[in-house]
Design a protein around this ligand. Structure first.
Ligand SMILES: [Mn+2]
Length: 336
């Protein structure tokens, strides 16, 4: 059981509080930050949300999206230096904080990590609150807010918590979906959120570029391991042809996993000239956390990723080899 009174006290003792989440933030990280921002404003704290990536378009509807800023050293280093506490959501690895993490370290700011990922490194945060069973960090944060607010949750908190759980469970469909998720959803609806409006905002507001890029990917899916592994690459030329950006690729791996017979979907995305982002999704037969960890990343048993140094071709070969080796070891040496 997490001691939420301890968290409440830590917040009460701080005047200036930074809220943040991982780069390429998702609905869980931003939803938690937005919900917490409401609470911090409610109790009169000097707080803001900073992140090393732009706020994705689909999360612009949050009431506290206005308090979100893309981190810049020149604009924010001084503000961070004066912070008493940083609350970091949904992050298994301190290094994903990039420049913000550097400022936190230099200024020795107290950090509280609230998360549901498998952690491979320890000692980077002052305090870690981790629940691997939670479907989303938002599910954990709900418990915190229930110790604060009697009766209905404030609407701004409900929209953050609902979005966090909806996005991390694939709209209440993935294997992490539990009874608690649905119970929380009911409370959020009672608090006034509109599920269809949030769903539309997030999943029915794709850019044309994103849909064109999906088309390009669908024409270039590769299958391995008797059809159980589906993988695809995205390079800069593909992005350029579709006028797409890196934030347009989110969710594609989940979609490729929907193919019948596919157990694992893998995306290899050219991040820059010498690094690639890889993304694994498993239906549940194979654990893919181990191979993501071997590649220097992590996540959850059935959803994990990493950033790997090397060109697209080099990384693709390396990742495919490691993945097939890992699948073989989990499946009695079935030949690809
Ligand atoms: Mn999450």
């Amino acid at each position: 059981m997490i001691d939420w009174k301890f968290v409440q006290q830590m917040i009460a003792d701080a005047d200036r509080i930074l809220l943040t989440t991982h780069e390429n933030p998702d609905g869980d990280g931003i939803g938690c930050a937005s919900a917490m921002q409401y609470y911090l404003q409610d109790i009169g704290k000097d707080s803001r949300i900073l992140c090393t990536s732009e706020l994705p378009y689909e999360y612009g509807f949050f009431q506290h999206a206005k308090d979100y800023s893309l981190y810049s050293k020149t604009k924010h280093a001084e503000w961070i230096a004066g912070a008493d506490l940083a609350i970091v959501f949904d992050i298994g690895d301190f290094s994903r904080l990039r420049g913000i993490g550097e400022q936190l370290k230099i200024n020795r700011i107290k950090t509280l990590n609230i998360d549901h990922h498998i952690h491979t490194t320890n000692g980077n945060f002052s305090y870690d609150l981790i629940d691997l069973k939670a479907a989303a960090t938002g599910e954990m944060l709900y418990d915190f807010f229930k110790t604060i607010y009697q009766g209905l949750l404030p609407l701004a908190i409900a929209e953050g918590i609902y979005t966090a759980i909806m996005t991390d469970t694939g709209s209440f469909r993935y294997s992490n979906t539990n009874q608690h998720c649905h119970a929380i959803a009911i409370e959020c609806i009672n608090a006034g959120i509109k599920p269809h409006a949030i769903y539309q905002q997030i999943y029915e507001s794709s850019s044309i570029a994103r849909v064109k890029l999906l088309g390009a990917i669908l024409n270039n899916i590769n299958f391995d391991f008797d059809g159980e592994l589906a993988w695809f690459k995205i390079d800069q030329a593909m992005l350029d042809r579709c006028s797409a950006t890196r934030s347009d690729v989110d969710g594609f791996t989940d979609f490729i996993r929907t193919i019948r017979g596919v157990e694992i979907a893998l995306m290899i995305f050219q991040n820059g000239d010498d690094s690639c982002r890889i993304n694994f999704r498993s239906k549940g037969k194979y654990n893919i956390h181990g191979v993501a960890q071997e590649m220097g990343g992590g996540g959850h048993p059935f959803a994990a990723g990493a950033v790997v140094a090397g060109s697209l071709d080099t990384v693709t070969e390396k990742v495919l080899q490691a993945t097939i080796k890992s699948l073989n070891s989990q499946n009695g040496n079935k030949q690809p």
